[in-house]
Design a protein around this ligand. Sequence first.
Ligand code: PGA
Ligand code: ZN
Length: 431
Amino acid sequence: MANPYKIKEVRAMEILDSRGNPTVQAEVLTQEAYGRAMVPSGASTGKYEAVELRDKDPKRFHGRGVQKAIDNILTILAPAIIGLDAREQQTIDAKLRELDGTPNKSRLGANAILGVSLAVAKAAADTGIKHLFEYLAPREEYVLPVPLMNIINGGVHAGNQLAIQEFMIMPVGFDNFHRALQAGIEVYHTLGKVLKDKYGPVGVNLGDEGGFAPPMQDTREALNAVITAIEQEGYKPGKEIGLALDAAANEFHTKGKYSIDSHRLSPGELLDFYRELSKEYPLISIEDPFEENAFESFSQLTQSIGQSVQIVGDDIFVSNSERLQKGIDMGAANSLLLKVNQIGTLTEAIEAAQLAGSNDYTVVVSHRSGETENTFIADLAVALSCGQIKTGAPARGERTAKYNRLTKITHDLGRNGQYAGNQFRKCKVTR
Ligand code: PGA
Ligand code: ZN
């Protein structure tokens, strides 16, 4: 009998992401099924990320077309994997990397390579009539992640003056995912009312990730609004709902200093600022507190407040095992933000998560600010059972697609799915 997992065709086309920019969709057909993946795209991208190939043809989409990446899929990647077994993810990913031949996937494009890599996994899962998370990690029990819900947007994701890019809530004090999500949504809507009362209609403009982008400029002003919303909804800040930040500090760093809240702070002063914030507010997680090369500052902050506050590395690690290893060696951060398109293949992303887990780092699976309705990362978070996912505000289709997928997984798993809740820092990715 023919192998049902044998790849018989690969398709690719240019589709749109949530900002209306072109991106890659790849489709992989096995003998019996079909898998599709859509590639996300960042705005506050790290310098060390794998390369997203753009056409730079000013006549199409202001140069942002991805037709070259599509052509690379159709003419170079597809012929190399047709005939292979879709379950051979590692072999296929190794082949994709070899065909590219560069360390940062700049020849064929990480967007081309990732599209194929993820579509292969989905095709294999569907061929075996399995949920994607089950196919990726077959076992009896899974952990449902705490969502880091981005409800106030700043930085390059918003047209306001907030230096810090993301003000998030983490509904940790609940015993199941759906109830936690409900709390997050209630706070989000109440925050909308709080902001509208204070700033008028412009207070409820939205940023790229669906969070509010009110005309604020001060970090504490944003944190206070979030605390007010949590309390007005009747929830206890710090007990039921913790706060998290993604500073994305690369974006407000120039010439060795950080421009924030009308000040130009040295790394040491910025560290003190975070320490003060962590005393004043129930902050439980801070991502990218310093720029992408500041391993030293990351480790000082981790030394200082890392016990009570998770310190997450995004642009500094770019989901890259080599950079993560350097961080581990230096004690920089205690958590890895995992974005599949920063590294470009599923295999490498999983390896980075495992490296994090085996060194006692937590893992937060993450979307990008430019997203699609694809829900791969929801399944990935459950498969890794890493206990945390960052996928934006609980609003706008490209974000709610992930939340809805997690709700469906919660429902289907029943008793075999445990919400990470306030144990989120104890969840470690295992091999
Ligand atoms: P990006 O932002 O997708 O624009 O890079 C997300 C993040 O910094 O975590
Ligand atoms: Zn980030």
